[in-house]
Write a protein that binds this ligand. Structure first.
Ligand SMILES: Nc1ncnc2c1ncn2[C@@H]1O[C@H](COP(=O)(O)OP(=O)(O)O)[C@@H](O)[C@H]1O
Ligand SMILES: [Mg+2]
Length: 261
C-alpha cells in the first residue's frame, strides 16, 4: 500500500555546455495508493525534473521509479500529467482534445462509449458547455480544467500535477484547488503534485515533501498534514495545527533560501 509509487535514490545530472550540472541527488519518496503527496521547494530546485522522471519523460542518471510493481522507463497512460502551461492541441476542441487521449487508451470502446467518457470527465470539471470550444476561446483556468479532464479520462494510476494552478489568478486557482480536492475525494486518485505555494500544499496534501535547493537538491523532510477531511480552506486556516505546519514549512524553505542568497 505505502509502496504504490516508489521513487528510489534518484539522481539527475544534466550535461550542459559548462559541464555536468547535478540538479537533484538521492531523492527517495514513496506514495501510497490513493494518497495525495506534494513536492514543495523554491523555483529551480528540481521539482519538475523529479516529476518528469516519474512521468518517464526524463531518465534518471541513477536510481529509479517503480509504479505498481513496474519500473518506469518511458511515458505511459498509467501516469496522467498536467503541466503549468496547458498542453492542449490548439486545432482541436476541448472535447476532441480529451477524445484523442481516450481513443489512445481505450481503442476497443465503441465510438459512443468513448464520447460518453469524454463528456463524463468534461462534466466533472464543469466544462460541458464549453466542450466544442477551441483552446484559444477558453480562459487559462478552463484550459487547465480540460487538461485535468484529459488526464483523468485516461484512468491513470497516478495523476502528476506540475504547478497546475501556477499561472492562474487567485480566484480561479482557489476554485480549481477545490475541484481537484473534490475529485480526489470521490475517486481516491493517487496524486503527486508539485507546487511552491505552502497554503495550496497544506489544503490538498496528506503529506508534503520539502525539497532543499539545488544544485544537488534532495527531499529534506516529509511532513504529514494531520488536518481533518473534507477540508474547507476557510475553516482550516483558523486551526492551530494549520499555523504550526505553515511555520514549520516556511522555516525549512526560508532557511534553505538564505543558504543560497
Ligand atoms: N534539460 C536541462 N538541461 C540542463 N539543466 C536543466 C535542464 N532541466 C532543468 N535544468 C536545471 O535543473 C534545475 C532544476 O530545474 P527544474 O526541475 O525545472 O526546477 P523547478 O521545477 O523546481 O523550478 C535548474 O537549475 C534548471 O536550470
Ligand atoms: Mg518546475
Amino acid at each position: 500500500m505505502s509502496q504504490f509509487l516508489q521513487i528510489s535514490d534518484v539522481t539527475k545530472t544534466f550535461e550542459t555546455p559548462r559541464g555536468p550540472y547535478p540538479a537533484i541527488q538521492h531523492c527517495t519518496l514513496s506514495v501510497g495508493q490513493g494518497e495525495f503527496v506534494t513536492l514543495i521547494g523554491h523555483s529551480g530546485c528540481g521539482k519538475s525534473t523529479l516529476l518528469s522522471i516519474v512521468a518517464g519523460l526524463t531518465h534518471p542518471t541513477t536510481g529509479g521509479v517503480i509504479l505498481d510493481g513496474k519500473e518506469v522507463t518511458s511515458p505511459g497512460p498509467d501516469r496522467g500529467m498536467v503541466f503549468q502551461q496547458h498542453a492542449l492541441l490548439p486545432w482541436l476542441s476541448a472535447h476532441d482534445n480529451v477524445l484523442l487521449a481516450v481513443e489512445e487508451v481505450f481503442p476497443s470502446l465503441s465510438r459512443k462509449d468513448q464520447k460518453d467518457r469524454v463528456m463524463h470527465f468534461l462534466d466533472m470539471v464543469g466544462l460541458i458547455e464549453a466542450a466544442q470550444k477551441y483552446p484559444a476561446e477558453l480562459s487559462g483556468g478552463m484550459c487547465q480544467r480540460v487538461g485535468i479532464a484529459r488526464a483523468l479520462a485516461m484512468r491513470p494510476k497516478v495523476l502528476l500535477l506540475d504547478e497546475p494552478f501556477g499561472a492562474l489568478d487567485a480566484l480561479t486557482r482557489g476554485h480549481l484547488q477545490d475541484e481537484v480536492l473534490r475529485i480526489w475525494q470521490k475517486f481516491g486518485q493517487t496524486v503527486l503534485m508539485v507546487t511552491h505555494d505552502v497554503d495550496e500544499a497544506i489544503l490538498l496534501s496528506d503529506r508534503i515533501a520539502l525539497m532543499t535547493n539545488g544544485p544537488g537538491a534532495t527531499i529534506g523532510e516529509v511532513v504529514r498534514v494531520d488536518l481533518p477531511r473534507p477540508r474547507n480552506r476557510r475553516v482550516i486556516v483558523g486551526m492551530p495545527a494549520y499555523h504550526d505546519l505553515k511555520v514549520r514549512i516556511l522555516e525549512f524553505l526560508y532557511e534553505r533560501y538564505e543558504l543560497v542568497s
